[in-house]
Design a protein around this ligand. Structure first.
Ligand code: IMP
Ligand code: MG
Length: 179
C-alpha cells in the first residue's frame, strides 16, 4: 500500500516494513551488547510503543523484564505538551537499568516527564529508545540513546502511531500528504 486514508487525511509510505525491521534488529543487538550482565527492565510507553516494543524485545539477545506504562499528551495532529496521567510505573526498579521505549519523541515533553518520575525510584541507569525522533521539534538537550530514524517535523502514522486513534495497525510508517 503506497497511499492510505484515515478519516479526513491521506498519508503516503515513508518507511517500509523492511526498513523498519532491519533497523530494529540493529538496535536490539546494540542494546544487548550495551546491557549484557545487567538487570534490564524495558518499559514501553503505551499505546504508541506496543508494536515497536514487541519487535525490539525479540531482537535483544539477553534476558530482560518487560513493563508498560501509560500516559496521555496528544490529541489530533498537535502535541498538547501536557502529560495528564501516568499509570503503571513499576515499583521494583531500584538499582536496575531502565530502558524507556517510545514510538516517537517529538517535543520530548512526555519522555522528560516520565524520566523524572522514574529517576525518583532510583534506577541504576536510565536510557531511552525511540523508533522515531523529530529532532527539530525536540525541546531538550539530553541524548535519545537509541533512535530508529530521525525524521522531519511532519505528522506520521502506522507501526503503532495513530491519527486520532486510528492507523496504529499499519505495518509501515506513512507521512501526512499535504494536498
Ligand atoms: P512529545 O511529548 O511532544 O515528545 O510527544 C510524544 C507523543 O506524541 C508520542 O508518544 C506520540 O504518541 C505522539 N506523537 C508525536 N508525533 C506524532 C506523529 O507524528 N504521529 C503520531 N503521534 C505522534
Ligand atoms: Mg505515545
Amino acid at each position: 500500500m503506497k497511499k492510505i486514508r484515515i478519516k479526513d487525511k491521506w498519508f503516503e509510505t515513508y518507511l517500509s516494513e523492511n526498513q523498519i525491521q532491519e533497523r530494529i534488529k540493529q538496535l536490539g543487538l546494540q542494546i544487548g551488547n550495551d546491557f549484557r550482565g545487567e538487570d534490564l527492565v524495558i518499559v514501553g510507553v503505551l499505546n504508541g510503543s506496543f508494536i515497536f516494543m514487541a519487535d525490539l524485545v525479540r531482537a535483544i539477545p539477553i534476558p530482560v523484564t518487560c513493563e508498560f506504562l501509560k500516559i496521555s499528551s496528544y490529541s489530533g495532529l498537535e502535541s498538547t505538551g501536557k502529560v495528564t496521567e501516568v499509570i503503571g510505573i513499576p515499583a521494583s526498579i531500584a538499582g536496575k537499568c531502565i530502558l524507556l521505549v517510545e514510538d516517537i519523541v517529538d517535543t520530548g515533553k512526555s519522555i522528560s516527564y516520565l524520566l523524572n518520575q522514574l529517576i525518583d525510584l532510583q534506577p541504576k541507569r536510565t536510557a531511552i529508545a525511540s523508533l522515531l525522533f523529530k529532532k527539530d521539534a525536540f525541546e531538550f538537550n539530553y541524548p535519545i540513546d537509541y533512535v530508529g530514524f530521525e525524521i522531519p517535523n511532519k505528522f506520521v502514522v502506522g507501526f503503532g502511531l495513530d491519527y486520532d486513534g486510528e492507523g496504529r495497525n499499519f505495518p509501515a510508517i506513512y507521512q501526512l500528504r499535504i494536498p
